[in-house]
Design a protein around this ligand. Structure first.
Ligand code: NDP
Ligand code: 8X3
Length: 257
């Protein structure tokens, strides 16, 4: 079903985006890999070419840069223009500060990446999908788009926005054959916490000691499920949690065996 389809993945250089690239590659898709760290993308593309014969097109950019996003999509080589699936995954959190204490720059970075970056990429890619009357946008939301936790304030607000934007896309695309879905994970062990705590690996590591977290591959399976439904089925959203995390406030401290 995905053989030779073109899948564009933002934030493909690490974590969930990288795992999704591996899953789509196994299914025979062609991949447009997007992120800022060019070396990571190159390494991933080389791995996928060796393991699955995957053909990749690499785009090194910051999704916050609207002009760069537009230029990258507009100048895609002819054989890469007809994107079948867009996975809006690039995103991050910064800190866990209270609103009264937080750094404005952290807010800018989260809002500009998680909300505006997702919008810039979607705005550039969606017209082609609508014109072809086929395609799918899959947004990576979060349990933080449904609940708020202490210090989560602005990050949670960005993920609530992603949830609203997926619903908005779904409504705006009604009448076309273009799908819109969101996959909303609970705690996943990736570089996410290291980024949140700006490289403080000890603090980041503490995030994952209380119970077995999800792995990026678990989310990739869910994304693949959304991407492989028949034409008359649209998965609107999926919430996927670790077994020991029932809600952002309610987890079972089993420890990691
Ligand atoms: P990682 O930090 O492991 O990966 C984040 C990815 O996003 C990287 O590839 C990074 O690439 C990319 N990225 C970040 N900022 C930008 C930018 N400005 N422009 C382009 N790419 C960017 O984290 P995850 O894999 O965990 O995060 C992926 C998504 O999953 C995010 O949207 C996150 O909010 C969401 N999520 C994560 C959860 C978790 O517990 N880990 C749970 C729920 C949702 P590079 O730095 O090379 O640009
Ligand atoms: C990432 C999951 O709970 O750390 O979106 O916000 S959480």
């Amino acid at each position: 079903m995905l053989k030779s389809q073109i899948v564009m993945i933002t934030g493909a250089s690490a974590g969930i985006g990288k795992a999704c690239a591996q899953s789509f590659a196994r299914e025979g898709a062609r991949l447009i890999l997007v992120a800022r760290r060019e070396e990571n993308l190159r390494q991933l593309a080389a791995e996928l070419a060796t393991e699955h014969g995957t053909i990749c097109h690499l785009i090194t950019l910051d999704v916050r840069d609207r002009l760069a996003v537009n230029a990258a999509v507009e100048t895609l080589p002819a054989e890469w223009r007809e994107i079948d699936i867009l996975l809006n995954n690039a995103g991050l959190s910064r800190g866990l500060d209270k609103i009264q204490d937080a750094d404005f720059l952290d807010w800018d970075e989260m809002i500009d990446t998680n909300i505006k970056g997702l919008l810039w990429v979607s705005r550039a890619v969606l017209p082609g999908m609508v014109a072809r009357d086929r395609g799918q946008v899959i947004n990576i939301g979060s349990v933080a788009g449904r609940q708020v936790y202490p210090g989560g304030n602005v990050y949670c607000a960005t993920k609530h926005a992603v949830r609203a934007l997926t619903q908005g896309m779904r409504i705006d695309l009604l009448g076309t054959r273009v799908k819109a879905s969101s996959v909303d994970p609970g705690l996943v062990e990736t570089e996410f916490s290291e980024v949140r705590f700006r490289g403080d690996t000890e603090r980041a590591g503490q995030t994952y000691v209380n119970f077995p977290p999800l792995q990026a591959a678990d989310i990739a399976e869910a994304v693949l499920f959304c991407a492989t439904r028949p034409p008359h089925v649209n998965v609107q959203d999926m919430l996927i949690m670790p077994q020991d995390q029932a809600a952002v406030y309610a987890s079972h401290p089993r420890g990691i065996q």
